[in-house]
Design a binder for this molecule. Structure first.
Ligand SMILES: [Zn+2]
Length: 124
């Protein structure tokens, strides 16, 4: 029989287990659990495939590896992912926004100047 929390404890040991960094007693305990627990064997296999490869990659990757990958994704996705987060101007180029503001201000001034050239509404 396995205790209810033993799956959790086993899962927490997966990383050290895969890396071969688990203490012999811990390792034996995990082996014992895995021998009786199909669920955790499947989890461990999944863990090995995904995290195991990432771990091997991380050991040989330079320090700026993650930043480099993110920058590459950013380029290939044309800025949709991992871009600098301008919350208000996310997708709109700032130049276009500035141009729109200038045009809006020009229109506003032209309208105001034409309806009231002196800034004072003519009395009757
Ligand atoms: Zn289990």
């Amino acid at each position: 029989m396995t205790a209810p929390d033993s799956h959790q404890r086993a899962a927490e040991s997966f990383s050290a287990y895969v890396e071969g960094e688990l203490a012999p007693a811990e390792r034996a305990r995990l082996d014992e659990h895995l021998a009786t627990c199909m669920q955790c064997r499947v989890s461990l296999e999944r863990f090995r495939r995904t995290v195991g490869r990432l771990g091997a990659l991380k050991r040989t990757a330079p320090g700026d590896f993650l930043a480099g990958v993110q920058a590459q994704i950013n380029r290939r996705s044309r800025g949709r992912f991992f871009g600098k987060r301008y919350l208000l101007f996310g997708r709109i180029p700032f130049e276009w926004l500035s141009l729109a503001m200038i045009v809006a201000m020009l229109v506003y001034y032209i309208v105001v100047l034409q309806t009231s050239p002196t800034g004072v509404v003519p009395g009757k």
